[in-house]
Design a protein. Structure first.
Length: 252
């Protein structure tokens, strides 16, 4: 059975970057990694999206898969998700204390979440607990590519933008970049690697700086145009030079 929605331990992780630093997650459904994850989810899957934000991936997956569930630490975005997608299921919780029984899900996604957690290996063990044998884990993380140092979320501009625009004073977030071999080592020998996509070069992270402000200042027309550029760059595989990495891991 699925765990109860109430009584979930509230431990802090940073919200997924699928909405950059915004609180409204504008146009999240257009992001390349969300589209790609939808393509990797099958018709008979029972799917969990960890760090679901406002739920666009969950809603998109629900069209095709047997069951789709979202989990996020942020009650505010969960309220929005439940309002936008009342037909979907959303739970409050954290990646290191998932409110679900063992081996429930056939597919689990963590899109731009792992780089924020304080103990990735411990978090991945908890994810492994709720994933069925033969199930698939879809991970996306910033990649240590050529322009990995161009990262809006590692900049003082990121913190200043939130403080000025949203009145929120945050600590500088941990925003690690990984190599594929590092991710494979953290996942461990119980998994084999499936599909891989490396995307984005320089345009992709530069768009992130612009979206920090256009999303939060509610300028949707500019945000849409910038996201189209971001997505075009993301679709191109630049190999080891890429800024972003998405990979599928199959549990043995």
């Amino acid at each position: 059975m699925l765990g109860e929605k109430e009584g979930v331990v509230d431990r802090t992780i940073f919200r997924t970057t699928r909405s950059n630093l915004s609180d409204n997650g504008s146009n999240e459904a257009t992001l390349g990694r969300t589209k790609l994850a939808m393509d990797w989810i099958g018709r008979d899957d029972i799917f969990l999206d960890i760090g679901c934000n406002e739920g666009s991936l969950v809603a998109g997956a629900l069209v095709n898969c047997e069951r789709a569930i979202g989990l996020d630490i942020d009650e505010e975005v969960l309220h929005k998700a439940r309002t936008l997608y009342p037909e979907a299921e959303f739970y409050h919780g954290t990646v290191d204390n998932l409110p679900f029984d063992n081996e429930i899900f056939s597919v689990i996604s963590m899109l731009d979440v792992l780089e924020h957690v304080s103990n990735p290996i411990s978090s991945l063990k908890e994810v492994d607990r709720v994933l069925r044998p033969g199930g698939r884990l879809i991970l996306s993380v910033p990649h240590q590519g050529t322009f990995g140092f161009v990262d809006a979320q590692q900049s003082l501009l990121f913190a200043a933008g939130r403080r000025i625009i949203r009145g929120k004073r945050d600590p500088m977030p941990e925003h690690r970049h990984f190599l594929l071999d590092e991710v494979i080592e953290m996942i461990g020998p119980r998994y084999e690697i499936g599909r891989i996509h490396r995307g984005g070069f320089l345009l992709f992270p530069l768009c992130g700086y612009i979206l920090m402000f256009t999303d939060n200042m509610n300028i949707p027309s500019i945000s849409r145009a910038v996201r189209r550029l971001e997505n075009q760059d993301y679709q191109k595989d630049y190999g080891e030079r890429s800024w972003h990495l998405m990979a599928e891991f199959i549990k043995l």
